[in-house]
Design a protein around this ligand. Structure first.
Ligand code: NAP
Ligand code: ZN
Ligand code: ZN
Length: 349
């Protein structure tokens, strides 16, 4: 077994603290990565608080992992010791169902294996995530990372980046379209950057007036304070596509009203409570309300390569691992600019 050190939540709503555990010895197809940085996703917070009712403890969160390969199994072909490597939200899937065969492992018909808070295929071992010094993952779920970009700012691409890239590509967001992004947090700021890079006219909806200037710098053409009813009204029936990244319960109808005929609104956020829907917003304009889950391995690599080519990274606030509980508190107050990333060197000290 491999000795690992990390930060874990011992139980729901209990602060995270240092935790020693073991990972499997790398098998023939496994890559072992020394973790350099790990991003902090709001999904980590939902799960340490057990807001989705599926949490297993102790839990080492973290699924925005970048680091260096330190060991490879005998059958590994794509990685060698010293390579930069990344791991996102998945570490395995059945690999045989229809969606897996299409490279859409996130929609695996048998359920993908999450990077943490999930059961391995053996049905017993509980996976532990990236708030730790190392991880052992089958090479089929390991990504290549460019050395051209700042490594700490690449980490959030492994979840926030792919989760926004995938729906923007799927719904073919491009030049000539008016696109709304709701919420300027980790996912939202990546969505603004990517939609802008794809050539769309980008409108950012925020509850935080203080984020307006940043939003424009990140690529938004216009910023709307969503609590301002008059400002919202100006955009009625005008959007081709809206991507909603909000982590808390909020009124979807206010945004559905902004879609034009046959427009689409896609939900990414997973608030603990169900939304209420004014069906008229769908029926009278033949609009679509959809959802989207992270992205497949092939598309994640495509996104990383796109970002390396275009110099796109996340705007990060690098923190020491013992500041994780404070970072969660700030995240709950929407006070993130625009992703916390843990510097794993601070774990040893
Ligand atoms: P985050 O960094 O905390 O950002 C969420 C943003 O939502 C906040 O910055 C804030 O933006 C806005 N917001 C927060 N509370 C709000 C409220 N009460 N009303 C309106 N707006 C509010 O979170 P994140 O890491 O980007 O994650 C966002 C959500 O996506 C989470 O629910 C997470 O679990 C989910 N997620 C889903 C997937 C997927 O595959 N679908 C993947 C990753 C994460 P403003 O200050 O601009 O208003
Ligand atoms: Zn995430
Ligand atoms: Zn499958």
């Amino acid at each position: 077994m491999v000795a690992s050190l990390g930060y874990a939540a011992p139980a729901a709503k209990v602060p995270l603290g240092p935790y020693s555990f073991e990972r499997r010895e790398p098998g023939a197809n496994d890559v072992m990565i020394e973790i350099k940085y790990c991003g902090v996703c709001h999904s980590d917070l939902h799960q340490v608080k057990d807001e989705w009712g599926s949490s297993m403890f102790p839990m080492v969160p973290g699924h925005e992992i970048v680091g260096k390969v330190v060991r490879v199994g005998s059958a590994v072909k794509g990685f060698k010791v010293g390579d930069l490597a990344g791991v996102g939200c998945m570490v395995d899937s059945c690999r045989t169902c229809g969606t897996c065969k299409q490279g859409l492992e996130q929609y695996c018909e048998n359920g993908f294996v999450g990077t943490y808070n999930a059961k391995e295929k053996d049905g017993k071992t509980i996976t532990q995530g990236g708030y730790s010094n190392n991880i052992v993952v089958d090479e089929a779920f390991v990504l290549h990372i460019s050395d051209k970009l700042e490594l700490s700012a690449v980490a959030p691409l492994l979840c926030a980046g792919i989760t926004t890239y995938s729906p923007l590509r799927h719904w073919k967001v491009s030049k000539g379209q008016k696109v709304g992004i709701v919420g300027l947090g980790g996912l939202g700021h990546m969505a603004v950057k990517l939609a802008h890079a794809f050539g769309a006219q980008v409108v950012l909806f925020t509850t935080s007036a203080g984020k307006s200037e940043d939003a424009k710098r990140l690529g938004a053409d216009e910023v709307v304070i969503s609590k301002d009813a008059a400002a919202m009204k100006k955009h009625l029936k005008s959007f081709d596509f809206i991507l909603d990244t909000v982590s808390a319960p909020h009124d979807l109808n206010a945004y559905l009203a902004l879609l034009k005929f046959e427009g689409t609104m896609t939900l990414l956020g997973v608030p603990p409570a169900a939304p209420s829907l004014n069906v008229g917003n769908l029926i009278f304009k033949r609009t679509q309300l959809a959802g989207s889950l992270i992205g497949g391995i092939k598309e994640t690599q495509e996104m990383l390569d796109f970002c390396a080519e275009h110099g796109i990274t996340s705007d990060v606030e690098v923190i020491a691992i013992d500041k994780i509980n404070e970072a969660y508190e700030r995240m709950l107050k929407s006070d993130v600019k625009y992703r916390f990333v843990i510097d794993m060197a601070t774990l040893k000290s």
